[in-house]
Design a protein around this ligand. Structure first.
Ligand code: ADP
Length: 503
């Protein structure tokens, strides 16, 4: 494809990532087109774009996953490029192909590269060829091979979906008796989630760290790595806190992992921004998968390298070249604030945001699509805000994060904010005792603070009743639909509420 400038970009996503991409486009003088579902008619990304096009009903399958509707929107708006964000269609080769067929630049790798890497088994083979170690495993999910592998490798073992993502189709098997059921259940789950029931097996590492390498590759065969991220703090194999650099990682081990990631990217013919994920077990590391898109946790890398990864993605899509990275500086941490109810095993929480106070200040970045009055819908993922802090070293970033949480208040649907704050403030996190078992080891019996819970509920009820305003002073509509008063109020933070209660 000939190099060409992007003038108008369609963002095929919603939520914080749609806003994130549009922000960069705007800074580069690129016009933006939003697409939105019925549920998102009043969403922030619709207001932020230069134009917005409705693409269908709220169910993702009929809107944000509807390739034909999105391509039609891009053509109708006269867009010349599509940024897929993360999730939704971002790793679907047929979407990248449809874009190319309609003369739209796709901001991501070519469809055939995406297809090869999207299959975890195929990606493992590419890794092996490129000389990157993989977790001991077998590529098939039939019972006989599974039994033989388990005998050899020993339990526990992990059943994984070849088409997997987001921890779906994954089962830890502790003993031989549970193997058959786990294979069947994982395959069924993978079939339902991805339309592909193929599973494979890996040895389940007891206490690994999740380390990933940020890659940027151009169309001219040049690949660079922008350091690593440690994403070991996970709940049910889902990342909740990420940081860069990975604390305590020796420069020799870092160099070996980076070399493996670069070789892999070259072997796969990778292009654009991507992430190679590894598990680190002592000084041994193993390839997990490549995510052929921008990751949720990309801001920690941006803060350390002083680069805008979306800008790099756009430049590379236009045919530009990657630049060699400068020396990274400082340390950055990201917390994923999710709308979920810690009282009920972190089930997704939905509803209207009544009031929201966001932290700011030196070394503090918040990526969110929410504001007072915003609706958190049951149709989409529960990510409410990414709280990112940066400092000259890890401890500075960590204490800034605690302070940032003390400034953060969301009244409305419950969130995991108090949980994240307690993790960051824990002694185990302070001394970076990181592994994917962190929560079991350090906060096994964590419960939400009842007092804070009650305070939040009372404040929310009063706000809904129209008696308290928004900290932003922005006259949001209360839950009863009435225009709430716009007088700034200390009530919008828990600390403010507590102070009032004590009077
Ligand atoms: P997904 O694509 O579904 O997110 P991944 O392969 O990226 O799945 O793995 C997600 C997480 O699951 C890892 O970060 C790690 O915590 C855990 N995991 C995956 N494979 C293994 C393994 N072989 N041993 C131990 N933990 C694993």
């Amino acid at each position: 494809m000939k190099p060409r400038k992007i003038r108008k970009l369609l963002v095929a996503n919603r939520g914080e990532i749609a806003l994130r991409v549009m922000r960069t486009a705007r800074a580069l003088g690129i016009a933006t087109v939003a697409v939105y579902s019925d549920a998102d008619r009043a969403a922030a990304h619709v207001g932020a774009a230069d134009e917005a096009i409705a693409i269908g009903p709220s169910e993702p399958a009929q809107s944000y996953l509807n390739i034909a509707a999105i391509i039609a929107a891009a053509r109708a708006a006269g867009a010349d490029a599509i940024h897929p964000g993360y999730g939704f269609l971002s790793e679907r080769p047929e979407f990248a192909r449809a874009a190319a067929e309609n003369d739209l630049l796709f901001v991501g790798p070519p469809p055939e590269v995406m297809a090869a890497l999207g299959d975890k088994v195929a990606a493992r083979r590419i890794a092996v060829k490129a000389g990157a170690p993989v977790v001991p495993g077998v590529e098939t999910g039939d019972l006989a091979s599974a039994r033989k592998f388990a005998e050899r490798a020993g339990f526990p073992i992990l059943v994984k979906a070849a088409a997997g993502g987001g921890g779906r189709g994954m089962r830890v098997v502790a003993e031989a008796g549970a193997l058959e059921t786990a294979l069947e259940a994982a395959s069924r789950e993978a079939q339902a989630a991805f339309g592909d029931g193929r599973v494979f097996l890996e040895k389940y590492l007891a206490r690994p760290r999740h380390i990933e390498i940020q890659l940027i590759a151009d169309r001219h065969g040049e690949v660079v790595a922008l350091g690593e991220r440690d994403c070991s703090i996970q709940r049910r194999h889902q990342k909740i806190i990420e940081e860069s650099p990975a604390p305590g990682l020796s420069s020799a081990t870092r160099a070996r992992i980076v070399a493996a990631a670069l070789n892999l990217a070259r072997a796969a013919g990778y292009q654009n921004a991507g992430t190679a994920e590894f598990l680190l077990d002592g000084e041994e590391f193993y390839f997990l998968e490549v995510n052929a898109r921008l990751q949720v946790e990309h801001p920690v890398t941006e803060l350390r390298f002083g680069r805008d990864l979306v800008a790099e993605q756009l430049r590379i899509a236009e045919g530009g070249r990657v630049c060699a990275p400068d020396e990274p500086r400082g340390a950055a941490i990201e917390c994923r604030i999710n709308a979920e109810d810690p009282e009920y095993d972190f089930r997704p929480a939905t509803g209207r945001v009544i009031a929201l106070t966001l932290p700011s200040g030196p070394g503090v970045r918040v990526d969110t699509h929410l504001g007072p009055g915003a609706e958190i819908s049951p149709f989409y993922d529960s990510l409410a805000a990414k709280l990112v802090t940066y400092g000259p070293d890890r401890e500075a970033a960590r204490t800034r994060m605690i302070a940032a949480f003390d400034e953060f208040a969301l009244l409305g649907p419950r969130t995991n904010a108090a949980f994240l704050r307690d993790i960051i403030a824990s002694e185990g996190f302070a001394r970076a005792d990181l592994s994917t078992r962190f929560l079991e080891e350090h906060l096994p019996r964590w419960r939400p603070d009842e007092h804070a819970t009650r305070a939040a509920l009372i404040a929310a009820a009063l706000a809904a009743d129209g008696r308290i305003g928004s900290a932003a002073g922005g006259g949001f509509a209360g839950a009863n639909g009435a225009k709430a008063n716009s007088r700034p109020s200390p009530w919008t933070t828990l600390a403010g509420f507590e102070a009032w209660r004590r009077r």
